[in-house]
Design a protein around this ligand. Structure first.
Ligand code: SF4
Length: 424
């Protein structure tokens, strides 16, 4: 195995992290949604592009098939066709559950043929709970999906309407029941807190209602209202789309009804409630019943390698981060030209400097409940930040299988961004 950069020293404890290696996971971005929620800045194409006579879904799926082939060719060239099969596969979006069972089956056939899937591989599909959005769960299960992630967001009808969501709390219950009937063994619900106007009691009610549905995994995120244009992410090769004017106005109004203190109380409440119910908060924003941690998401937090296809998708080979541009038109045009075999879509990449990779690894590991080996904290570039965090009660020392680790306390989870900023 060769080093990706001659600057990397063999003595660096992280040097192995900078070597390119075959992917353990594959992310497939399917960007269509029935409607565009005003708070969402994922790469999404909605309305007439997603349904009806002018829909571009079939062209996109063809283009994704083509990209899967081209990326697999490149992996074969670099690592050989006998490279290890994938441990995880994740269909994200967008609303991937809008895909037909037949189309998903075709994508799965291509992925099995070109990438391989190890026995017991985790295969996740994101779905919306509404009856016309959750798709054919039985067909998805038959195609191999064994984990489903529903974008529930809230179990309060008024909050869902305010968010511009098309489903009701009853739809979430029906979707979970349907997934179980289809034999899907692992069910996640995404929920949002710090919603405009949301009370602590309202959040507790959503959380309790979610637990009553018997999911295996919960992803709880504070509503973040970013501005990808202002952050410079929407240019030619940017991985985001510009924000529509109406969505921008919605976000400005919603921001005025958010409250950091309330969000902290909501996080504390969830953390206590889920711990009491025997759930493991294995990552800052993710809780699971034992054995249901998201193996695909752990690939990201553990800085393992993953391939990615679809508009706006990000890949990481251990040394280089690569992403596709968000634009659908150019994505399809590159992969499905009128003549010729097609080429990889436009995008960009960055090669990580060793010190960037080291900070990133420490920060990502701190997101997890096992934290980092204590030895990492004594390294000169991190010592000051860790000493500040320990004296401020943000981290605690624990013994994990005979090795001293440092991990975030509850206070540390709430103030993690302050620590992360000091580790960069
Ligand atoms: S359904 Fe999900 S992915 Fe689609 S616009 Fe709404 S939040 Fe974004």
């Amino acid at each position: 195995m060769s080093h990706a950069s001659s600057e990397i020293s063999n003595t660096s404890p992280l040097s192995a992290e900078l070597r390119a290696a075959p992917p353990a996971g594959l992310y497939v971005h399917l960007p269509f949604c029935v409607a565009h929620c005003p708070y969402c800045d994922f790469v999404v194409y909605a309305g007439a592009e997603a349904r009806g006579p002018r829909a571009r879904t079939e062209r996109l799926y063809e283009a994704v098939e083509r990209e899967l082939e081209l990326r697999a060719d490149a992996l074969d060239e670099r690592f050989g066709a006998a490279r290890p099969p994938l441990a995880t596969l994740y269909f994200g979006g967008g609303t991937p559950s809008l895909v037909s069972g037949e189309r998903l089956e075709r994508l799965m056939t291509t992925i099995r043929r070109r990438y391989g899937l190890e026995r017991g591989a985790e295969i996740t599909l994101e779905a919306n709970p509404g009856p016309d959005e959750r798709g054919n769960l039985a067909a998805f299960a038959a195609a191999g999906v064994n984990r489903i992630s529903f974008g529930a967001q809230s179990l309060n009808g008024a909050e869902l309407r305010r968010l511009g969501r098309r489903h009701s709390p009853e739809d979430v219950a029906a979707a979970v029941a349907e997934a179980r009937t289809a034999g899907i063994g692992s069910v996640n619900l995404d929920l949002l807190y710090d919603l405009p106007g949301q009370t602590l009691d309202g959040w507790a009610a959503t959380l309790n209602a979610a637990l009553d549905l018997g999911p295996d995994h919960l992803s709880l995120y504070a509503l973040t209202l970013d501005d990808p244009d202002a952050e410079g992410l929407t240019g030619e090769t940017g991985d985001h789309l510009p924000t529509a004017r109406g969505a921008r106005r919605w976000r400005e109004a919603a921001r005025r009804e958010q409250d950091d203190d309330r969000a902290a109380d909501q996080y504390r409440l969830a953390s206590d409630r889920l711990a009491a119910a025997g759930w493991r908060g294995y990552e800052i924003s993710n809780w699971a019943r034992p054995g249901h941690e998201s193996r695909h998401s752990l690939t990201y937090w553990e800085r393992r390698r993953y391939e990615a296809v679809g508009p706006g998708a990000h890949a990481f080979d251990g040394a280089v981060r690569r992403w596709n541009a968000a634009g659908l038109e150019r994505y399809i045009a590159a992969l499905l030209p009128a003549d010729g075999p097609g080429s990889v879509p436009p995008g960009d990449s960055e090669t990580l400097a060793p010190e960037t990779a080291e900070s990133e690894r420490v920060i990502l590991a701190l997101r997890l409940d096992r934290g980092v080996p204590a030895a990492w904290a004594s390294r000169p570039e991190f010592a000051e930040a860790f000493s500040w965090a320990e004296s401020s009660g943000l981290i605690e020392r624990v013994d994990l299988a005979g090795e001293a680790h440092l991990r975030l306390t509850l206070k540390g989870r709430l103030l993690s961004n302050e620590l992360f900023a000091r580790l960069v």
